[in-house]
Design a protein around this ligand. Structure first.
Ligand SMILES: NC(=O)c1ccc[n+]([C@@H]2O[C@H](COP(=O)([O-])OP(=O)(O)OC[C@H]3O[C@@H](n4cnc5c(N)ncnc54)[C@H](O)[C@@H]3O)[C@@H](O)[C@H]2O)c1
Length: 255
């Protein structure tokens, strides 16, 4: 089944674990994929891994307005528009209680995870409007709906993007632009390796076991688990879905 034939998808954080899995899935289903990330080497490797002439990349920092505008312009000049936008780039910050959390790290997390998402909407939505509509998926987290000790900046940012999503969904609806969040629990990517090491230096495997034990389905999500719901929300199957929070968390927030 090719749900995205003739569709253009832009993916920020496209060289990372979830972004790359989504890029693969969308390319496999016929989309033209533009991966956006910070480093050219990582983007080259990601594009090569997708192994399709349907994938290309653009180096950009999502916190910089002119670079956001540049990745949007690249998608338009290269592919003619943007149908789907995975507003996905994010960083975890450090693990420290609020009282010891470095101010500059707090600022950086908010800059990437909140301002970066908002800038993406600011420049992508006019292009989607011109193309007759589209679907935007913002990657929030279980940390967008519950607290997590030690992760105040990350939790703040992932709650914030739910508010941004709800507002964008209302502003975009008249133009047939749908906007939702996906909210994963721990997913097997570099980000979880970093958090495991931060909570248990030198004992990351044990930290992973204990995180997994707290998830009703007893495992981390895979990047593909998240990519699958992103694809659903961007496909015609999700055509009545907007303004909502889609948990993909193995039951983590059920109790
Ligand atoms: N891995 C998890 O457990 C998990 C759980 C819930 C939500 N998330 C969210 O999923 C998203 C993707 O994370 P991931 O797990 O694939 O991690 P990852 O670290 O593999 O990927 C994140 C990507 O974002 C890129 N990035 C960071 N800052 C950027 C910037 N300023 N401009 C452009 N790109 C930038 C990184 O270079 C990286 O490639 C993030 O928003 C993350 O918060 C992850």
């Amino acid at each position: 089944m090719a749900r995205f034939t003739d569709k253009v998808v832009v993916i920020t954080g496209g060289a990372g674990g979830i972004g790359l899995a989504a890029g693969q899935l969308f390319a496999d289903e016929g989309a033209q994929v533009l991966l956006v990330d910070l480093e050219e080497g990582a983007l080259q490797a990601a594009t090569k891994q997708i192994n399709s002439d349907k994938a290309s990349y653009c180096v950009a920092d999502v916190t910089q307005p002119e670079q956001v505008k540049a990745y949007v312009d690249t998608a338009v000049s290269r592919y003619g528009g943007i149908d789907c936008f995975l507003n996905n780039a994010g960083i975890e910050g450090v693990v420290n209680p609020i009282t010891d959390y470095p101010v500059e790290v707090f600022d950086k997390v908010i800059e990437v995870n909140v301002k970066g998402v908002w800038l993406g909407l600011k420049y992508v939505m006019p292009v989607m409007k011109q193309g007759g509509g589209g679907s935007i998926v913002i990657t929030s987290s279980v940390a967008g709906v519950i607290g997590s000790p030690g992760l105040s900046a990350y939790v703040t940012s992932k709650h914030a993007v739910i508010g941004i999503m709800r507002t964008a969904s209302l502003e975009g609806a008249p133009d047939n632009i749908r906007v939702n969040t996906v909210n994963p629990s721990p997913v097997d990517t570099r980000m979880m390796r970093s958090l495991e090491e931060a909570v248990a230096p030198g004992a990351a495997d044990q930290a992973k076991q204990s995180f997994q034990a707290g998830i009703p389905l007893q495992r981390y999500g895979s990047p593909e688990d998240v990519a699958n719901i992103m694809a659903f929300l961007c496909s015609d199957d999700g055509s009545f879905c907007t303004g909502s929070v889609y948990m993909v968390d193995g039951g983590s927030t059920a109790s």
